[in-house]
Ligand binder design. Structure first.
Ligand code: PEP
Length: 232
């Protein structure tokens, strides 16, 4: 079981240090925090496992605003989220750029949490599986079932909305994703201490990618404990 906390654009270095001082990962679960770039060093100093929120495909070059895999590794960062729906929605990330970022990160030695998931309109028009095939196969065709690759199923309509996929919807999507690419699949989308246990009890839910509820040590700890219990 893996639980990753995506802090998004929250917590500068001082707040990151305060979070890490108040948070101890429970035994029996792999825990990762994903701070903004400027707070990676502060989180690393606490000894937690730290992932970035995105990573570029080039080693270096004229890519203003981007950060490369070797730069992250030099800092002590061991992985990155790639293709989060907010990157796809607001920053022009495509299946092609997600595949390129994923391939470069894995090649350099980072772990990757590759995010996939359908929008509300896609689900309502019956295109969930079609979208998942496009997103998952573009990553699969680039890197295969790489041992440091994890997929996160994050239905866009459930991210930051308080609407969670039902445990059955999550299980169905996870099984479908695994039929395309045989790697662990995390669930993401309004995971909270109240719903974590039921989601994590599903046979094909291998952990959680948590946004809002990862910002407070108490709620993040409760979700990590639910994952440890589900894994036991
Ligand atoms: C996320 O950012 O990956 C996420 C799932 O956010 P939230 O838990 O806030 O829905």
């Amino acid at each position: 079981m893996l639980v990753a906390g995506n802090w998004k654009m929250h917590k500068g270095p001082a707040e990151a240090r305060a979070f890490c001082d108040a948070f101890t990962p429970p035994a029996g679960v792999d825990v990762v925090v994903c701070p903004p770039y400027v707070s990676l060093a502060a989180a690393l100093a606490s000894g937690l496992t730290v992932y970035a929120q995105s990573v570029h495909w080039a080693r270096e070059g004229a890519y203003t605003g981007e950060v490369s895999a070797p730069m992250l590794l030099e800092l002590g960062v061991t992985g990155s989220i790639v293709g989060h729906s907010e990157r796809r929605q607001y920053f022009g990330e495509t299946d092609d750029s997600v595949a390129r970022r994923t391939a470069a990160a894995l090649e350099a030695g980072l772990g990757v949490i590759a995010c996939v998931g359908e929008s509300e309109e896609e689900r309502e028009s019956g295109r969930t599986e079609f979208v998942l095939v496009l997103q998952v196969e573009s990553v699969r065709d680039a890197v295969g079932a790489h041992e440091r690759l994890v997929v996160a199923y994050e239905p866009v309509w459930a991210i930051g909305t308080g609407r969670t996929a039902t445990a059955e919807q999550a299980q169905e999507a996870h099984a479908f994703i695994k039929s395309l690419l045989d790697r662990p699949v995390l669930y993401g989308g309004s995971v909270k201490p109240e719903n974590a246990a039921e989601l994590l009890a599903q046979p094909d839910v291998d952990g959680a990618l948590v946004g809002g509820a990862s910002l407070e040590p108490s709620s993040f700890t409760a979700i990590c404990e639910a994952a440890a219990a589900a894994a036991a």
